[in-house]
Ligand binder design. Structure first.
Ligand SMILES: [Fe+2]
Length: 196
């Protein structure tokens, strides 16, 4: 992989205070509907929820597809149950004080992955990226800021630092696919590879 493949795209996407409030309320009221994957270090890292319970995220996911389209000049889709797919290829990361997320990448079958920052208290952890270059890792970090979206190649490894605030840190992550979608067994289960 070269530097160009590992470029990160950042773009602000503002949502109104009312929409943010409604999104956070819906998320908090849908605890019984959350579907979990990847229990690690005593917590569920990915929390899946159907769009119907949090309709506020539709615009965020659309924006991700449009931004991705500008980057690779190809149409992109975030598969989800409303479109008839078996899984939702988006999920919430809710990190409590003291929690962090280890190094991982998203599955190779998707083309671009991304994250949108919904609630990022001060000192709640920044995102770090790394890739191997001539046998050694090149590693860097980016500030996680509310209302910012980050897009990157799905095979780029990343992690999130410890939440040193005393509040929850909430982000929305997703995978974007080009057409035709490369169907495989791995697509039928929730995606993520980890490297610890
Ligand atoms: Fe991730």
């Amino acid at each position: 992989m070269n530097d160009e493949n590992n470029k990160i795209f950042e773009k602000r996407f503002d949502i109104s205070k009312n929409i943010k409030k409604s999104l956070l309320n819906n998320l908090s009221n849908s605890k019984s509907k959350l579907d979990y994957s990847h229990r690690f270090n005593g917590r569920w890292e990915n929390q899946y929820l159907d769009i119907d319970f949090v309709p506020e995220i539709k615009n965020i996911l659309d924006f991700a597809c449009q931004l991705g389209r500008k980057i690779i000049n190809k149409a992109l889709i975030i598969p989800n149950k409303r479109l008839g797919f078996q899984n939702n290829e988006f999920w919430f990361n809710i990190s409590k004080p003291g929690e962090s997320t280890g190094w991982h990448d998203h599955k190779i079958k998707s083309r671009i992955s991304g994250v949108y920052y919904i609630k990022i208290p001060d000192r709640s952890g920044n995102i770090r990226f790394r890739y191997k270059n001539k046998g050694s890792y090149k590693e860097w970090s980016l500030d996680s800021e509310e209302n910012k979206m980050i897009l990157f190649n799905s095979d780029l490894e990343h992690c999130v630092g410890k939440n040193n605030s005393d509040e929850k840190r909430i982000s929305l992550a997703f995978n974007l696919y080009t057409f035709p979608i490369n169907w495989s067994k791995s697509f039928e289960s929730n995606s993520i590879s980890k490297f610890y």
